[in-house]
Design a protein around this ligand. Structure first.
Ligand SMILES: Cc1ncc(COP(=O)(O)O)c(C=O)c1O
Length: 464
């Protein structure tokens, strides 16, 4: 029998979790069930997902900031179909693929900064691995610096620069050549740089974990400090790139940042095909790919696949055509203003952090006695629990997907498609307000859910 995708999907309709849990990752299946995210989606468009019963969900996670152009964007889909139908030769390897050249040229147009060479990857973490290798090779120094709070991916090198113990546990040892400085601490950065052994400092312009911003001027000054001490300044725009924060790169809003490498990925995929890119100064690149026999000294089998390059090119054209960065600025600001206006009424709300459509809503210990008791009780049960009291009713009662901003963080994080409509924004705000009203009653069902969860299993995993 020839392969029949529709028949396969039909065969498992309504029971997709069974085959997944049996053969892939039952723990993940269990965790999703615990927080009520064990839904099976059968269709997606823009910011929406649909289940088999025709219920529509508003997706404010966007595949971990992958779907900047929205899911199944018609322009990206058509480009991919056109490519498939052209019977194009992909992954010949012994070739110089035109599409890779074209995507590199388009990326450079938008990034500028004399980052004139582009190395393609299949993921964000692979981009970070490439940057580590390039930095060491170009500087002939061993040490990579990062921030304690960082998330740069989960492959070995990137994990060595990951500040979260819950990701690191069990995968030790981490080489001593990976050192970290506190978030946003210029003095600590300079102390480390002054040791003279640092190849590069890798930094997220905005920490995805918790959605934390650096102080104004930090990134520019950090880049200058790196150069003063002969180290490279490497910007991880895997999550913040392609308009997420209202400009093509987040560092475009940060003054005179002297970037030596910029790592991108996620949204370039259009939510379809993994794509990543490391934009790099030519003199660094020349030190890595220094001779003919080193022409592919760093490489990977899939790294310039035709579908991936087409996805990236189509995404960039949609990004321009639909003015996605400007729209992210407008709708993000509207959401922030509305959320801030709720803070006076809801004492659990501590801060709203927003740039473009990257939002973090931080909760904190309330002042009133009863809510303070509830807060302490929940944190005593499990530091990971609290924010699920927001994500769970948003899903259960409003069919909205949202996420916790990091392990044990009382921060709700939103990274929706950049063309989020004002109606969808208003729908979220109303759902969030109702959730807050529920949680500001103790005892009440909002808190009881957490007690039940704690009884079932402690904690649920969170990415950033
Ligand atoms: C800032 C940042 N860097 C790197 C990565 C790793 O990317 P990937 O998951 O594609 O390996 C992520 C993923 O969430 C990220 O947010």
């Amino acid at each position: 029998m020839p392969f029949d995708l529709a028949a396969l999907l039909d065969q498992h309709r309504g029971a997709g979790a069974t085959i997944f849990n049996e053969h892939v990752n039952p723990k993940w299946g269990q965790a999703l069930k615990l927080i009520g995210y064990d839904r099976a989606y059968v269709r997606a468009e823009g910011a929406y997902l649909w289940d088999a019963h025709g219920n529509r969900y508003l997706d404010l996670i966007g595949g971990y900031a992958v779907c900047n152009v929205g899911r199944n964007h018609p322009v990206v889909r058509k480009a991919l179909i056109d490519y498939l139908e052209s019977n194009a030769p992909s992954m010949v390897q012994f070739e110089t693929p035109v599409l890779a050249g074209a995507l590199a040229k388009e990326l450079k147009k938008r990034v500028g900064r004399d980052l004139d060479r582009v190395f393609f990857t299949n993921s964000g973490t692979e981009g970070i691995e490439a940057a580590i290798k390039f930095a060491r090779c170009a500087t002939k120094r061993p040490v990579m610096l990062s921030e304690h709070s960082a998330f740069h991916g989960l492959s070995t090198g990137a994990l060595a620069m990951n500040g979260c113990a819950s990701f690191r546990e069990g995968f030790e040892p981490f080489p001593s050549e990976f050192r970290a400085v506190p978030f946003g601490d210029l003095a600590a950065l300079e102390r480390e740089l002054a040791r003279g052994d640092v190849a590069g400092f890798v930094v997220e312009p905005i920490a995805g974990k918790g959605v934390h911003f650096h102080a104004a001027g930090f990134l520019a000054e950090a880049s200058q400090l790196c150069h003063k001490h002969g180290a490279l300044f490497i910007v991880d725009e895997v999550q913040t790139g392609v308009g997420r924060t209202g400009t093509f790169l987040a560092i475009d809003q940060e003054g005179a940042v002297e970037a030596d490498m910029v790592v991108m990925s996620k949204a370039l995929s259009g939510g379809y095909v993994p794509v990543g890119a490391v934009l790099c100064r030519t003199d660094i690149w020349e030190k890595v790919f220094s001779r003919l026999d080193r022409a592919i000294v760093h490489s990977s089998t899939f790294h310039m696949g035709g579908l991936a390059m087409v996805a990236g090119l189509a995404v960039l054209s949609v990004y321009d055509e639909e003015r996605l960065a400007e729209r992210a600025i407008e709708s993000g600001a509207q959401l922030r203003v509305a959320l801030e206006s709720m803070m006076a009424r809801f004492e659990l709300m501590g801060a709203v952090r927003q740039r473009g459509l990257m939002l973090g809503i931080e909760f904190h210990k309330p002042r009133s006695l009863a809510l303070g008791v509830a807060w302490r009780m929940v944190h005593a049960l499990d530091a990971n629990l609290f924010t699920q009291a927001i994500t769970m009713p948003l899903m259960a009662e409003h069919r909205i997907l949202s996420q916790v901003a990091g392990h044990a963080m009382p921060v709700l994080k939103l990274t929706p498609p950049l063309a989020l409509s004002s109606d969808d924004g208003a729908y979220f705000l109303s759902a969030f307000e109702q959730t807050m009203i529920g949680l500001h009653r103790f005892p009440g069902p909002g808190w009881a859910v957490l007690r039940r969860m704690a009884g079932n299993a402690l904690g649920t995993p969170s990415r950033v």
